[in-house]
Design a protein around this ligand. Sequence first.
Ligand SMILES: [Mg+2]
Length: 441
Amino acid sequence: MSPTITEVAVHDIRFPTSERLDGSDAMHPDPDYSAAYVVLRTDAPDGLEGHGFCFTIGRGNEVAAAAIRALRPHVEGRAVDSVVGDLGGFHRRLTRDSQLRWLGPDKGVTHMAAGALTNAVWDLAAKQAGLPVWEFLAAMPPEQIVDLVDFRYVTDALDREQALDILRAAVPGRAARVAELKASGYPAYTTSPGWLGYSDEKLVKLAQQAVADGFGQIKLKIGADLADDVRRMRLAREAVGPGIRIAVDANQRWDVSDALGWMSALAPYDPYWIEEPTSPDDILAHAAVRAGQPVKVATGEHVANRVVFKQLLQAGAVDFVQIDAARVAGVNENIAILLLAARFGVPVCPHAGGVGLCELVQHLAMFDYAAVSGSLDGRVIEYVDHLHEHFTDPVVIEGGRYRAPTAPGFSARMRPESLAAHRYPDGPVWRARSATAKEAN
Ligand SMILES: [Mg+2]
């Protein structure tokens, strides 16, 4: 008899990261990293659970939590075997809810909520299989992997047969690449030095530390003030030397003309890519930025779905695809995006950071290498050294590389004491803050 998913418990979890300007950029100067966090409880004798979340930066996390609750009828009361045995069908039922889709479709809070639940179900399925998600996926035959994907709206660029061709071509090297990942991990870059709110001294010190720690690439937040950015870019280049890549990230701050002017001014310091130069919805503007200045273009952390990624690729608008584990509708949609990127021969360099995004996305990048692209060329996963201590299976970085996770599941589980302390608005961390704010007034 299959166990049943008896409860979908949803938590509003927030960390007061704005206090230290960690995570500050040109558009988001004061983020409080947050998770609309979901636990799927079952009546399995071994206490099997699935954990997942979507990431927000504070206000509105309650809206994401409400959207997850609105999807509960698709999950609660279902037999675990019926969900785990049809992960593609489960995912499509979430994203195609005939009434909730009016709030999207395939975008925004309801889509992120579908992602949180999809990711929680993958955590549950991989735990049941006794494997980390990346290895669980990398062990599936190509025919099973394409069943996970919703090909609606993308077949003009990638159909089921073309996806099968990509996956089948990667089968012969899979075992060797899985062994290689277990032995030496996956390359990372770090954004820790480059937050916009940090002083020049802190930027230089952390940039030097990143090189000493073995990273071959760092990233700077830019886009608020050109003179400041030229100075920060010069300081960073002096700190790391010519052999280390420095990517820059405008977090959607510009129109096309701003992007062209800004990047021309920074070009003497050899930026590696310009990330999110403009609106994440604007495919043609990304193409214009790519055509109009010499630096490569990356985007994706705010790209709503596989349909927009398809168009970015069709338009030749990006040099790097930056998937995010919790922006689109979870593992299944990210597999569609990995396959689209492979079809167009564009490397995937995942977005991470926030809270828990490194933990999740490492699984998708490792699956990509093992079973989809089969390549590490030009590929790096973002790494940010924040908030990992709240997870029971935190990422491990060694010599500038992600070590392959070995624990069964999606590395998504937060420590119970962290959940209790950071519950919003009534956990002790937030109660103490509101008491301090009242005293100050
Ligand atoms: Mg970014």
